[in-house]
Design a protein. Structure first.
Length: 607
């Protein structure tokens, strides 16, 4: 390897890429290149580390008391902790013949002292390390998508008119100002007039242009703050199927954000999927939109968009799919007599790739359940055709158990609370994540309020609900190594049972205790922080740990050539060292959270 190649290699390895070219050249004069055959012990409790090893070629295993902790490969470095703290519990042994750089201990410690970003990398806490590593993984593509704000894009100046001004005069004023939109002032209320208003309320309605402009305006403006993220604007465009947003700064309107400008900025196809769902007139026409979702997830993930933002966007699109199927299947006369609800990850707004259907129906008291049955069977069948698999637990609108009147749901909730056996605890957990995607949302709100009222003072069942969080062990040993299962998944970790479930369910129960209506796990954590249950630091750690677990699972799934089933197993040996470190840190936060729940709900006293 030439000196040029050596320098290029070193500058491509984080955190050495923080040092700059001249410092790298200086380091190269102080480093050696070494070779070690297989089974050489490099560092151990009784073999002191004298260098930082940077692997050029080969593999090194890290073990503690014979238990595999980490596998280091090309471009990985080890073991900074041994050099910083002067001791280690780990043994580092060559698994495949090793060629590596050796950076002397003294030089390494001097770098820590002299170069703050280099020091921060090795000394920073979990939250900072997590965020920095994730940003670096996607630094080439991430920034424009996630950190752009509304005021960084071109905003159109609207034409302001009084509601009493005639339509004709208003249009003349708009033309003179070169505006695309008219904003109408009617007392304290603002409205908007667009091409659609003019077409439908003037031309097609035969209305005179001498009439006041206020008569044809649409009131109740959808707005976004100019300091908000463009991604949130994209979510609003997707959710409401609109073409423009009114941009505000405090109480003042400062401009109009057009969807076409936003989409050209992001250059992604979310709007095409949303539009194709809106335009669809048959189930067959929805298929192409559904097939585009996996491509969208892959594209956004490759751009470095955090999984919680991807899931928000996908959930909005899935909700549109549900709503459209509902409109196609259920007669219009029945649609406002019921509420179609989704539960599970879909209800939490956290579904990225399709998992089992978890849905139900709430209908008004006095309505006949039998009239809904055939339409719900058809809705279930059409969702299956669109790629939403059947629920193995039969939590679907085709099951009469999840198709009830408001009064019957209230009876069911009372039964769950009074019996609190395994089945009732499961039912409660599922229902707590319910979101309405079509029909009359107030029916779900009434059921949820009833649930909150009847949980008042029921610390006994709250504790039993919370104890379910401890049902699965976190796959992390006392000394910080991964704990693997047996049989066919012996070299893998169940990332859902080991970490995701504990955070989701524990936060769900705490949200119930404090009557937090949000169903999204991250939003629930933020609300719990706002009321003082968590301090900001721990709330941030929980969010980052949850994001890590979801992100690693998603990347493993997307690495498969064909995604036929959602698998929760991850082989740590196939992960990059940075991801293995993040995974371990995430599991440590999960364990801390379990201890919090045990103390908070006195779980040691629950039989």
């Amino acid at each position: 390897m030439s000196l040029f190649d050596q320098k290029a290699l070193l500058m491509s390895i984080h955190p050495f890429d923080l040092l700059g070219e001249r410092m790298i050249e200086k380091l190269m004069t102080q480093m050696d290149i070494a070779y070690y055959p297989k089974e050489t012990v490099l560092i151990a409790p009784r073999v002191r580390a004298e260098s930082l090893y940077i692997i050029i070629k080969g593999v090194v295993n890290e073990t503690i008391e014979g238990e595999l902790q980490n596998v280091y490969g090309e471009r990985d470095s080890f073991d900074a902790n041994s050099l910083i703290y002067g001791n280690t519990q780990s043994t580092f042994i060559v698994a495949e013949d090793l060629i590596c750089y050796e950076l002397p201990k003294e030089t390494f410690l001097n770098l820590l002292q002299d170069v703050e970003p280099f020091q921060n990398y090795f000394m920073q806490d979990f939250i900072t390390k997590h965020q920095n590593l994730k940003e670096r993984q996607h630094q080439n593509e991430l920034t424009p998508f996630m950190v752009s704000r509304v005021d960084e894009i071109y905003l159109h100046t609207p034409c302001f008119v009084d509601a009493s001004l005639s339509i004709n005069a208003s249009l003349r004023k708009m033309s003179e100002q070169g505006a695309k939109v008219i904003l109408v002032r009617r007392g304290e209320e603002d409205g908007i007039v667009t091409d659609t208003n003019l077409r439908e309320r003037v031309l097609l309605a035969g209305k005179s242009t001498a009439e006041p402009i206020g008569d044809i305006a649409t009131y109740g403006l959808l707005t976004i703050e100019r300091s908000d993220f463009l991604f949130n604007a994209l979510l609003l465009f997707t959710k409401y199927g609109i073409k423009r947003l009114v941009v505000t700064e405090g109480d003042a309107i400062v401009g109009i954000l057009e969807q076409i400008d936003l989409l050209s900025h992001f250059a992604n196809h979310t709007h095409l999927i949303a539009a194709s769902i809106e335009r669809a007139n048959s189930i067959d026409e929805l298929h192409s939109a559904q097939r585009s979702l996996t491509h969208l997830v892959r594209s956004l993930t490759n751009k470095g968009v955090r999984v919680r933002y991807v899931s928000k966007l996908v959930s909005e699109l899935n909700a549109k799919l549900y709503h459209k199927v509902f409109e196609m299947v259920v007669p219009a006369s029945m649609q406002n007599k019921c509420a179609l609800i989704v539960m599970g990850s879909e209800g939490r707004g956290e579904q990225v790739l399709r998992t089992d259907q978890d849905n139900g129906l709430i209908f008004r008291d006095g309505e006949d359940e039998e009239q809904f049955a055939p339409y719900m069977m058809e809705l279930n069948r059409q969702l299956l055709q669109l790629g939403f698999p059947e629920c193995s637990g039969n939590v679907m609108v085709s099951n009469p158990y999840w198709r009830r009147s408001v009064a019957d749901y209230k009876k069911l909730i009372s039964e769950w609370i009074e019996t609190f056996n395994e089945e009732s605890l499961m039912g409660l957990s599922i229902f707590l994540d319910a979101q309405c995607v079509a029909g009359d949302k107030s029916l779900l709100d009434e059921c949820r309020e009833y649930l909150y009222e009847h949980f008042e003072g029921r610390s006994d069942i709250m504790a039993h609900l919370a104890k379910v969080t401890l049902a699965f062990e976190t796959p992390l040993s006392l000394i910080g190594g991964f704990v693997f299962g047996r049989a066919e998944h012996g070299s893998e970790l169940d990332i859902k049972k080991g970490g995701i479930f504990a955070i989701v369910h524990g936060i769900r129960v705490l949200a119930l205790e404090h009557k937090i209506s949000s169903t999204n796990t991250t939003e629930r954590i933020k609300e719990l922080n706002n009321i003082g249950l968590f301090d900001k630091r721990f709330a941030s750690e929980l969010i980052e740990a949850y994001d890590t677990l979801l992100s690693i699972r998603l990347r493993v799934l997307l690495s498969q050539k064909q995604i036929t089933d959602i698998q929760n197993y991850v082989n740590p040996k196939l992960l990059a060292k940075a991801d293995r470190d993040l995974l371990k840190d995430a599991f440590k936060i999960v364990n801390t959270f379990k201890k919090f729940l045990t103390y908070h709900f006195h779980l040691g006293m629950v039989v």
